[in-house]
Design a protein around this ligand. Structure first.
Ligand SMILES: [Zn+2]
Ligand SMILES: [Zn+2]
Length: 467
């Protein structure tokens, strides 16, 4: 068998993976077993070939059909001040001077299957996909057939220069160069934390973009009761849209999330948003003071640059005093984790009504003086509560007993049957249940200490003690 035959078989084999449909399965298998044998013969017969930059290595690379780009890439010459292709052309002309018979070799390049000649096409597809995005960090990913990667490595290692870049690295740097030339903005090609990841399918030469979310940090105050923290799907249709929710898919039209993130959607031309907050508040609870730390995530943003001072005012203006945010700043995905995992103490202001019922449900007088009430409630200062999962959340949380500490309790005010006080409690304390006792599930509790029925009038978060 001549060397040319071997090469032809090899090329057939590698093209077969492109699925032209011409090779049936049986033929492919035959080719594969031939390849294994041929590979050995090939290696044995050519034992005197030493890797490039030796002339025998370079000659071999030309003989097996390397394209100019790959010749430049693995041929072992300096690439200072020249492109891969220029380096390859130089090597080829040196080889041809000694071996004129290798002049008209027309083969598919075994090192890249002629991908380098498609760089312009790939780059222009990439540019047209990227056109609608604003970004500065781009990562390129390549989907290449494994058999090509394996045989490329085999040839590169045995006949090419040891220091040559591999196929993916070289494709990436060639495409990077092209798109830097074509794009008007400054783009950094990165290997991690990209804003856009471009996946290039080297079989179909198609390009798929994955745009990473944009994250903004702020602290929000919720100044109005009746507003849920996040988007709340309609209970009836679970968000699909039905008569009950007027086809909005929402149980409540507005939420803290929608008030602070909807105005940003348009600015960043994003598809949707999420908010990731440090803890949660019930729909009827306000959040005051310094506000609740939150990271706003904008998904698939086409724009990334904006004046955050202006955006902060824009959000506050459109929320009309129902919600207020502190100065927005840039954030990232790892801050989402930090914010969500933080176990910060919280301070609250709670107001409740006491009543005294006998066993038949008749209302009785309250036989406690204000001072007695204050002294009984004060016992909770520093107390450790045992809180069984409250009835109201038991459908979504495991039923267990949590121990939580009341760190401070102050400013107790009694006005007839209306009592209020402030407290600081460990993260995760159920505050309403600490007052009502939740039918004995929380102990000790205000209701237990006073031996009265307690009904919460309102609750505010007044501080979240995080840095
Ligand atoms: Zn090539
Ligand atoms: Zn609905």
């Amino acid at each position: 068998m001549t060397e040319d035959n071997i090469d032809d078989d090899w090329t057939n084999y590698s093209s077969a993976q492109y699925g032209t449909g011409e090779n049936n399965f049986e033929e492919e298998e035959i080719n594969e077993s031939q390849l294994l044998n041929d590979d050995l013969d090939f290696y044995d017969e050519n034992y005197e070939i030493s890797p490039a930059p030796s002339i025998s290595g370079q000659t071999h690379l030309v003989r097996i059909g390397c394209c100019d780009f790959c010749l430049g890439r693995v041929g072992g010459v300096s690439l200072a001040n020249k492109t891969l292709k220029q380096a390859g052309v130089e090597i080829r002309s040196e080889v041809l001077k000694l071996n004129p018979d290798l002049e008209n070799i027309e083969k598919v390049c075994p090192l890249c299957e002629d991908l380098f000649s498609e760089i312009d096409l790939i780059a222009s597809r990439l540019i047209s996909e990227l056109k609608e995005y604003e970004f500065s960090r781009l990562q390129l990913g390549f989907q290449l057939p494994n058999d090509l990667l394996e045989s490329e490595e085999y040839i590169r290692i045995n006949f090419g220069d040891k220091r040559s870049s591999n196929l993916k690295q070289a494709l990436s740097s060639e495409i990077s160069m092209k798109i830097r030339m074509l794009l008007e903005t400054d783009v950094e090609i990165v290997n991690e934390s990209p804003e856009i990841l471009a996946l290039i399918d080297c079989l179909t030469l198609s390009v798929k973009l994955e745009c990473r979310s944009l994250y903004l940090y702020t602290r929000y105050c919720k100044l109005e009761r009746g507003l849920p923290q996040t988007k709340w799907h309609c209970r009836t249709c679970k968000g699909r849209g039905c008569e009950k929710c007027d086809y909005t898919g929402l149980q409540y039209l507005e939420s803290v999330q929608s008030l602070i993130a909807d105005p940003l959607l348009e600015i960043f031309s994003a598809d949707s948003h999420s908010t990731h907050s440090m803890g949660r508040e019930d729909i009827d609870v306000r959040c005051l003071g310094n506000g609740r730390p939150t990271v706003i995530e904008l998904k698939n943003p086409k724009k990334r640059n904006a004046d955050l001072d202006k955006l902060t005012s824009l959000v506050n203006k459109s929320a009309k005093g129902r919600v207020e945010i502190k100065q927005l700043r840039n954030s990232n995905k790892s801050e989402v984790v930090r914010v969500k995992d933080a176990a910060a103490d919280k301070s609250y202001h709670i107001c409740f009504k006491v009543s005294n019922f006998d066993e038949e449900g008749n209302e009785l007088e309250i036989n406690l003086t204000d001072d007695e009430i204050i002294s009984k409630i004060s016992k909770l200062h520093g107390a450790e509560l045992n809180q069984r999962t409250p009835k109201r959340v038991s459908h979504r949380r495991a039923d267990k007993i949590r121990k939580r500490k009341i760190i401070d309790l102050f400013e107790i005010k009694v006005d007839g049957k209306i009592i209020e006080f402030k407290l600081r409690a460990q993260s995760g304390t159920y505050i309403k249940e600490m007052v009502t006792s939740d039918s004995g599930r929380t102990t000790p509790s205000v209701a237990e200490l006073l031996d009265l029925t307690c009904e919460v009038e309102w609750l505010d978060v007044i501080d979240i003690h995080s840095d």
